[in-house]
Design a protein around this ligand. Sequence first.
Ligand code: PLP
Length: 370
Amino acid sequence: MCQTAVLMRGLVPPNVERLVPYSPGKPVEELERELGITGAVKLASNENPWGPSPAAIEAMRAAAAGVHRYPDAAAWELRRALAAHHGVSMDELVVGNGSNELIDLVCRTYAGPGDHAVIGAPSFVCYALGLTAADVPFDEVPLREHLAWDLPAMAARVNAATRIVFVANPNNPTGAHVGGAELEAFLRSVPEHVLVVLDEAYVEFADAADYVSALALRETRERLIVLRTFSKAYGLAACRVGYAIGRPEVVEYLNRTRAPFNVSAIAQAAARAALADPAHVAAYVEKNRAERARVVAALGGLGLRVAPSQANFVLVDYARDNRAVYDALLRMGVIVRPMPAPIATWLRVTIGRPEENDRFLAATRELVSR
Ligand SMILES: Cc1ncc(COP(=O)(O)O)c(C=O)c1O
């Protein structure tokens, strides 16, 4: 055993040893440096390719003058705006450093090592990371054909020790949604002792006739938290702002476990301004809808299977080893996201600006013709 391994043995508990760091999409600058190319496009992290409302950028500039002071630890103004936006009370809201922080907080606030959780697979990788970090054992319930939520199967995995169930609607990486009737049946069927977390990071893009936000189903159960983010439709991924909505007596515990001053003053200001500019979000959602339809049709025309998406990305089956596809697309200046088993022939591609999508489609065309 090498010296380092000897020194490190027992340094961390086994659950931390098992953790694999989250792997973010490759930055454009890194790829361009490596390949000596320019004009590479990143379609790997489901970001808004158009940027936030100009009002949010202006608000950040103004907030920069006050950064020698700590931010409002209670995010009072932002919660007030969010409460008005959603028609809830301020004590039903907790703001986080991205919804990712809230996912982590949920895992270590409502469960511990003797407990149990249920997640879907494939779904957002941070549920498994957060639960592992909190040392909470969990079951992963396969989606139907890897693509469609199987909520009855998830409910069936709940046992007396289960504390948390995570459902993303729409889901990442599949883009799949679950309809209102099925969601309501699920929320009613999960035993009362379980906290159901509905992650609605992509809610603004969902346009299926049967899509219903869990916010409209809050009377179905007390132990329900809905997660939202400013990182996707609002175009503020780098600001790191998300929020949880739930009953005051449920979400109040997140205020006990979160760090003080967890959301920066610049981020709070940006989120408030972005929330006050719904037309900007609506315009992006519309552009995404049109481009998503165009990309899906073009990929279908190339004979590739595309999962039906309610989000700002699509999951594409290249029917071959996706690492090779990923590398080939990289060499053509297109960064996408390869998926792990059991969907290791699929890649997730963010819907970008028309010219970015054109570049991705041209690269794919070349790839499938080889
Ligand atoms: C389903 C889902 N939830 C949550 C997040 C985290 O978003 P953020 O931490 O930027 O709010 C993401 C990001 O990709 C996501 O896909």
